[in-house]
Design a binder for this molecule. Structure first.
Ligand code: FAD
Length: 274
């Protein structure tokens, strides 16, 4: 007797070509859509989905596109760095999948977490927690080619979660204007968070970075507590920071940068994952 597949499975339009295991509950999924999805830009994300066999329903979630430096990027594949959220609805299903399994990908590149026009006077600062490094991997080589200085910081719990560290370090050895600063919070030693580097001028003192509204752009991706997204008063435009001491608050109030919006360009760009 054949087992009847849930209805939503008919919408599967891509294949999981490869899964690279990085650490416990952290993998890179390489997905090949049956048809190439056009319009990909650095910083874009896609939605992928699987049918929950119990609920018989397609569950979809957004994931930033990532990009390994080596081997060279294959444009027919979508590379996604994904952490398993144990109580989550989607990721436990995803981590049961094997290479060769079918999956749904919404055939559209989405997002506004995109690079501005780059120039040779620009300092580009790419900041992430956890899997938030993914979109910065798609931006990194372009920034190194075009900007005066590039700083990439990523904060993770365990060293093993630095999925691309060896590739990024190799890039840094060949480009003196690029600095890579990985931070690990749960392996003992000096605990530093990304915000500390801005609150205490560590970036300026230790890496000679100058931060100005004229020449600096900051991209921050991942945990909303690191980013510290403010609420804006619609009438006055005043910002209210519910999480005190977050990155956006420091960048706006200490360094005079402004939040980027599609209609009023600024220097602080963020993508929050939850
Ligand atoms: C634009 C965008 C891009 C994203 N890109 C990525 C990506 O590249 N990689 C990735 O792993 N996730 C990414 N996410 C998060 C992703 O969409 C899901 O929310 C996440 O995988 C959890 O799904 P779930 O159904 O298993 O959990 P849900 O049932 O949806 O439970 C969500 C809860 O899990 C927690 N959570 C969500 N994401 C994370 C996370 N990354 N780390 C720890 N806790 C989390 C939060 O507390 C949240 O309330 C992105 C989210 C957005 C909005």
């Amino acid at each position: 007797m054949s087992i009847k597949k849930p209805e939503g499975v008919k919408s599967y339009n891509a294949t999981i070509e490869r899964i690279d295991h990085i650490a416990d509950g952290l993998s890179i999924f390489f997905i090949k859509p049956d048809e190439v999805i056009p319009g990909r830009l650095p910083g874009h994300y896609v939605s992928i989905g699987l049918v929950d066999p119990v609920k018989n329903k397609l569950i979809r979630r957004p994931y930033s596109l990532s990009q390994s430096i080596t081997p060279a990027h294959d444009p027919s594949l979508l590379e996604l760095l994904i952490i398993r959220v144990p109580d989550g609805e989607f990721t436990p299903l995803l981590f049961e999948q094997k290479e060769g399994d079918r999956i749904y990908v919404r055939p559209k590149m989405v997002g506004t977490y995109l690079l501005p026009d780059l120039d040779s006077e620009m300092t580009m600062i790419l900041l992430s927690t956890g899997t938030g490094v993914a979109p910065h991997m798609t931006m990194l080589e372009r920034c190194i080619q075009s900007c005066k200085q590039v700083i990439m910081m990523e904060c993770v719990r365990y060293r093993s979660e630095l999925a691309y560290a060896s590739q990024i370090e190799a890039l840094a050895t060949h480009h003196s204007h690029f600095s890579y600063i990985p931070l690990v919070t749960r392996e003992g030693g000096d605990k530093r968070y990304i915000q500390d580097y801005f609150r205490n001028d560590l970036l300026i003192d230790e890496f000679g970075v100058s931060i100005s509204a004229e020449h600096t752009h900051v991209f921050a991706c991942g945990n909303p507590a690191m980013i510290g997204i403010p609420k804006e008063d619609r009438k006055t435009g005043a910002l209210h920071f519910e999480t005190a001491g977050g990155l956006v608050e420091i960048l706006v109030e200490k360094y005079g940068l402004s939040i980027h919006k599609p209609r009023s360009p600024g220097q602080v760009h963020y993508e929050k994952y939850w």
